[in-house]
Design a protein around this ligand. Structure first.
Ligand SMILES: Nc1ncnc2c1ncn2[C@@H]1O[C@H](COP(=O)(O)OP(=O)(O)OP(=O)(O)O)[C@@H](O)[C@H]1O
Ligand SMILES: Nc1ncnc2c1ncn2[C@@H]1O[C@H](COP(=O)(O)OP(=O)(O)OP(=O)(O)O)[C@@H](O)[C@H]1O
Ligand SMILES: [Mg+2]
Ligand SMILES: [Mg+2]
Lengths: 229, 229
């Protein structure tokens, strides 16, 4: 489980003064196998929260425990190893490497796991096929549409078969039909045990999750279970 | 009016062979003051079409007439002058300049119109206020949420009071309430005479437009007027 207790995140100016209090005291427990939608207004702290949950950054205050262990007790290297083994992250702005094809891009997390090149390419190609990009594998990000870049970022997040998927608005650039097929893929992986934590602005997607956490101004405003589907 | 006749757009590989036929023969007439939603599957050619309509690129084949004049008869410079005077463009990936605050970013189109600095800053600040970013004007793009970056891109597109707004999925990163306020702003400007051409994946936004053009595989599949609101 991931557990946040009174977690705050402050962005500072270069002179050390406070620029923005992005999270102001978040209490949240997410257990293995959950399917949580994180919603709320633009600027309310969703991406910041997801970044902390993904161990890509540390809280300014409060406690963040993963598997019972406070991340403050973990070095940057330990956190990085944990992240590589456990987490798949889909960024709101994709963060694909411009100079590489999406086949290479999707293979990068496997490279860090010391998977040999032939297996990397095979698994990356399979994942790209799953998201409907089988005929675009040699394109670089700038040679793709916005929704194709988004799907490549999703493929990269899933290629290591992560225990936890953190996805920041993964269908924002997708038409309804393509978005539904991506959500169906997430459902299948969730049924196989993957934890899904997804930021979304789409109420219909919020309804598909098992639980909705709604932020406002850096605080949790709502945290409730959805009625069973 | 903008008129496309049998317009094609091909992306080539470095060796000159065809990589992708993004548009395969588009016929389309859009008149002054229209409000058109462009919809269709991911990869169907919407951003490519918008880029041509915005005079940011030229067709590979066919004719594209603006105000009755074929763009092939216009030099790159003439096209650029026409674009600066007439068009406001919201990019799917925003294209904000990382090193500048959003106040400076939004002022850039006015700089190219030789507007003096004090007026540039005043008008940029007003536009940022209109999109709800009045308290973020000195932030640089990386110090903003995804939806805030999107709104800054929208402000930049509107700061010159363009005759034609071309917007590529302008509410994709916005929660419902913020998205609605942006669409209400577009409505007001449309009532004052601005032509609106918007790519969207959201059927609800398609319903708000006066007309929907739906692409599939680089061709126009549907082109119909919406019932009056
Ligand atoms: N620079 C490029 N080089 C090669 N192919 C490209 C390039 N840009 C786009 N494409 C291809 O052209 C097609 C149309 O792309 P476009 O960006 O217009 O799609 P779109 O309808 O906007 O999709 P989305 O809804 O995903 O944003 C896609 O199949 C894409 O792979
Ligand atoms: N690097 C930064 N420096 C300063 N302020 C920041 C930085 N990154 C984000 N912020 C601010 O922190 C707040 C929360 O940002 P965050 O990206 O978490 O919002 P969000 O809920 O994901 O919004 P959206 O729905 O628009 O993506 C915003 O008000 C934003 O302006
Ligand atoms: Mg965000
Ligand atoms: Mg597009």
């Amino acid at each position: 489980a991931c557990e946040l207790r009174a977690v705050s995140k402050v962005y500072y100016k270069p002179d050390g003064s406070v620029m923005v209090e992005a999270l102001k005291g978040v209490d949240l427990v997410i257990r293995r196998g959950e399917y949580v939608a994180i919603m709320g207004p633009s600027g309310s702290g969703k991406s910041t929260l997801l970044t902390l949950l993904g161990c890509l950054d540390r809280p300014t205050g409060g406690q963040f425990l993963v598997g019972g262990r406070d991340v403050r007790a973990m070095s940057d290297e330990e956190l990085s190893v944990f992240r590589g083994r456990t987490i798949g992250f889909v960024f709101q702005s994709f963060n694909l490497i411009a100079q590489h094809s999406i086949l290479e891009n999707v293979g990068v997390p496997l490279f860090y796991q010391n998977v040999p090149p032939a297996d990397r390419h095979r698994r990356a190609a399979e994942m790209l096929d799953l998201v409907g990009l089988g005929d675009r594998v040699h394109h670089r990000p700038m040679e793709l549409s916005g929704g194709q870049q988004q799907r490549a970022a999703i493929a990269r997040a899933l290629v290591t078969n992560p225990l936890i998927l953190l996805a920041d608005e993964p269908t924002g650039n997708l038409d309804s039909a393509t978005g539904q097929s991506i959500l169906a893929l997430f459902d299948r992986l969730h049924e196989q045990g993957m934890t899904v934590i997804m930021v979304t602005h789409d109420p219909a997607i919020g309804d598909r999750a098992r639980r909705v956490v709604r932020l406002r101004d850096g605080l949790v405003e709502v945290d409730r279970m959805n009625p069973p589907r």
